[in-house]
Design a protein around this ligand. Structure first.
Ligand SMILES: [Zn+2]
Length: 248
């Protein structure tokens, strides 16, 4: 997989090598289908995981990237379990943003209960702003970029989604991309310790969740996002006459 200078329309930034698949794979598949260039940046190599090895997980990430038809799969190699908002982390994130120049970044929510996920959201927010400042990291020798738009994946019921993407046509491929991370999920031949996500019910729950969010907009499956900024709507009639569910 080419990871060098390719420019991207949308970049998903998540902490661990299977997070993007579990969270926004349907949206990435849909964006690809619409003709956009998509990429995933894993912030760590997932070396703190109970199951699997960093090398094995890197191979699984590439396999999943193939299923998702990504234009780039990148890794920031920050220490798993110790992701913080540091100057090094911000600078590394700014350099990725300036290299790949995404217009939109999909990432976790800053209120996510996993500390790495919450810190990743904060690093992304700060780096997105810093990447647009010409004088920040001048020694990196890269041009500043227009600040990318940020959309946060929603996991908590306390966060009301700003919008839900209809991913009805991409459920199967999303589940296939998740299962590419074979070391992490239910496998009869594995003698590694069970974890919350290796329980077979976990993947069912991921699917039920997609179906629930789909039901909120009257479709088969959906992925929810939160945007902190007010959305600029050009045509409210076109927007508000799309299928909705008044019981959402
Ligand atoms: Zn994670």
């Amino acid at each position: 997989m080419s990871t060098d200078k390719v420019e991207l329309d949308a970049l998903a930034v998540f902490s661990h090598p299977d997070d993007a698949e579990l969270t926004v794979a349907g949206t990435l598949l849909k964006l690809k289908h619409l003709g956009y260039r998509t990429g995933v940046l894993d912030v760590t190599r997932g070396e703190m995981g109970t199951r699997g090895t960093p090398e094995g997980r890197a191979e699984e990430a590439l396999e999943a990237a193939h299923v998702l038809k990504l234009d780039a799969r990148l890794n920031l190699e920050l220490p798993d379990g110790h992701v913080w908002v540091t100057e090094d982390a911000r600078r590394a994130m700014v350099r990725v943003i300036r290299t790949h120049r995404p217009h939109v970044i999909l990432t976790s929510h800053w209120d996510d209960p996993h500390p790495d996920h919450a810190a990743t959201a904060r690093i992304v927010r700060e780096a997105a702003r810093l990447a647009s400042m010409r004088r920040y990291d001048e020694e990196g020798g890269q041009d500043a970029v227009k600040m990318p738009a940020l959309a946060h994946a929603v996991y908590s019921r306390l966060v009301a989604p700003s919008f839900i993407v209809d991913v009805s046509d991409f459920v199967e491929d999303k589940m296939r991309a998740i299962r590419a991370h074979a070391s992490q999920f239910c496998r009869a031949d594995s003698d590694e310790p069970q974890t919350r996500i290796s329980d077979e019910k976990f993947l069912d729950q991921i699917e039920y969740r997609m179906r629930y969010y789909g039901s909120l907009i009257g479709v088969v499956a959906g992925e929810p996002f939160y945007v902190r900024e007010a959305l600029n709507i050009d045509d409210p009639v076109a927007l508000l006459t799309r299928p909705m569910n008044i019981y959402s």
